[in-house]
Design a protein around this ligand. Structure first.
Ligand code: MG
Ligand code: MG
Length: 247
């Protein structure tokens, strides 16, 4: 599905709300803060902006953000967990404005973090930017996937297979799926109007995952750290545009 200029305008509005959620939440990340506190910050932004949450109630999900510390990859439910010095915390946020969706994730350090964790965050974010750079008319879908995988694996890390990026528009998850691995040159031809959520999930150890008993939180099978960076990105005539950027 390709989006026209009017739809992109609405997606920018949704993206701005998501960016503001991240901005406010990031300001609150420090040792002692609970993940439920961070969810509250996200709710306040959604309310103030007159937006709706695309996370709350999604298959019964009970919060407006996902909070996934340390070896948790994605889909952590905010709760009593208190951030500790040296943690990393992945925050996934979304919002709906005028029927259009935004979706974005960032992993933050909590205070001072070990060098290996810093490197994991830097590499995962860089893999997202490499994926973005592949979002050009004439490229094919898996050029994005391949770009992400190359960056992550060149650094000695691994990419998660079971969870993937996606098309986004009037629903949070639309076709096509955008995996974070694979050979280049496969899949649909990229055109202006395509909007994808590109979201590398990179593990410091192996790629295997495990679902926790709450039926939501996904952790690394080997207990290694995991980072997650995501933006909603449109292909325009002038190249890729990040719709969920702060600013
Ligand atoms: Mg997300
Ligand atoms: Mg997503």
């Amino acid at each position: 599905m390709r989006r026209n200029a009017e739809e992109i305008v609405k997606m920018r509005k949704a993206g701005r709300v998501v960016a503001e959620m991240h901005q406010r939440i990031r300001e609150r990340v420090r040792p002692g803060v609970t993940t439920r506190d961070l969810d509250k910050v996200g709710r306040e932004v959604i309310e103030r902006r007159g937006a709706r949450s695309n996370f709350l109630g999604y298959h019964g999900f009970p919060a407006v953000i996902c909070t996934s510390p340390n070896d948790m990859i994605v889909h952590g439910i905010p709760g009593k967990y208190r951030l500790q010095e040296g943690d990393i915390i992945s925050i996934d946020c979304g919002a709906i404005v005028e029927g259009y969706h935004g979706d974005s994730a960032w992993t933050h350090p909590v205070g001072e973090i070990p060098e290996e964790a810093r490197r994991l965050l830097a590499v995962t974010e860089q893999s997202l930017w490499k994926g973005l750079a592949a979002m050009r008319e004439g490229n094919r879908l898996s050029d994005i996937s391949h770009a992400v995988q190359e960056v992550a694996e060149a650094a000695g890390f691994s990419v998660v297979r079971e969870y993937v990026g996606h098309g986004i528009g009037t629903a949070m998850h639309e076709e096509p799926q955008v995996p974070n691995w694979g050979p280049p040159g496969k899949g649909i031809k990229l055109r202006a109007g395509h909007v994808f959520a590109i979201e590398p999930m990179v593990n410091a150890g192996g790629p295997e995952t495990r679902l926790l008993d709450d039926g939501w939180a996904v952790v690394t099978a080997d207990g290694s750290l995991s980072a997650h960076f995501e933006h909603t990105i449109a292909i325009t005539d002038d190249g890729p545009e990040v719709l969920t950027a702060v600013g």
